[in-house]
Design a binder for this molecule. Structure first.
Ligand SMILES: [Mg+2]
Length: 272
């Protein structure tokens, strides 16, 4: 069965890659018979959910949670959300439903969907560093500060003109603290500063070592710069990578918008 799936995936890759590449979208019916050999890994913002002016305004469209729950059943639990958001934040968005997840760019993980959540917490960011970075929210009205403990995000969708000033100021702070083990993650209208040493990719690698993900072929869908670390490791795991909104480097195909991802997931359950 494994080699059959491998052949299918190669055919799938050919189908996707032989066509007009910028329009290549995954073919759900080719994957349907193999759902129980797949691990479905999904970014949230800009992939499952439409982006909103602020991160707190996102909402889960009708039917999406049901689709995710049914796909979780059909994959024997091998469905996980892979997000920069904290686990707590993810649970608030999808409440009352709880999904397996790699959260906080790999800082947190939940391997079982029941309430006995296992979380791998990264160390909190240094207080002084956090204080200096938090002060950058004053660069312009509209910059929203989000403190995840292990990272700090500056959201500037409401103040796009402040982008250059934010990155310059963050560089200055980093220059003053050259030994701080931190890195800057640029995203869509967000600049996030976090401990170096974990990424969405390290989180996915860890996740894939555990049941029910272990030994399965991962399919990852993501939209942002931080998802590129996961796109890059999919070939090592014999996986398939799809980007949303643009054709990212090294992906097998792409979706135009989150609505297309949601439709694709629904068709995995009901290919008619
Ligand atoms: Mg995203």
């Amino acid at each position: 069965m494994k080699s059959e799936l491998a052949d299918m995936a190669m055919d799938q890759k050919r189908t996707i890659l032989d066509g007009d590449a910028p329009d290549a979208v995954p073919v759900p019916h080719a994957l349907v018979p193999h759902l129980d050999e797949l691990a479905i890994l999904l970014d949230i913002d800009g992939t499952l959910l439409d982006l909103m002016p602020t991160p707190r305004e996102v909402w889960v469209p009708p039917g999406l949670s049901e689709t995710l729950k049914h796909l979780t059943e059909r994959t024997s639990g091998a469905l996980a959300l892979v997000s920069g958001r904290s686990l707590n934040d993810i649970d608030l968005i999808f409440a009352p439903d709880v999904f397996r997840a790699v959260a906080g760019h790999g800082a947190e993980m939940r391997l079982s969907a029941d309430n006995e959540a296992e979380a791998v917490h990264a160390p909190p960011l240094d207080k002084e560093l956090k204080r200096r970075l938090a002060a950058l929210a004053k660069l312009s009205p509209g910059i929203l500060l989000e403190d995840k403990g292990y990272s700090l995000a500056l959201h500037y969708r409401l103040a796009p003109h402040a982008e250059k000033a934010i990155y310059e100021a963050v560089s200055l702070v980093r220059a003053e603290l050259p030994n701080a083990p931190i890195e800057v993650l640029p995203g869509k209208f967000v600049c996030e500063i976090k401990h170096s040493g974990f990424t969405k990719a390290t989180g996915v690698c860890e996740l894939m070592k555990h049941e029910p993900f272990k030994g399965r072929r991962p399919i990852f869908i993501g939209d942002d710069v931080t998802d590129e670390t996961v796109f890059a490791i999919m070939p090592d795991m014999d996986g398939l990578a799809f980007s949303v909104g643009r054709r990212a480097m090294g992906v097998n195909g792409h979706f135009d918008a989150p609505a297309d991802v949601r439709a694709f997931l629904a068709r995995l359950l009901d290919p008619r």
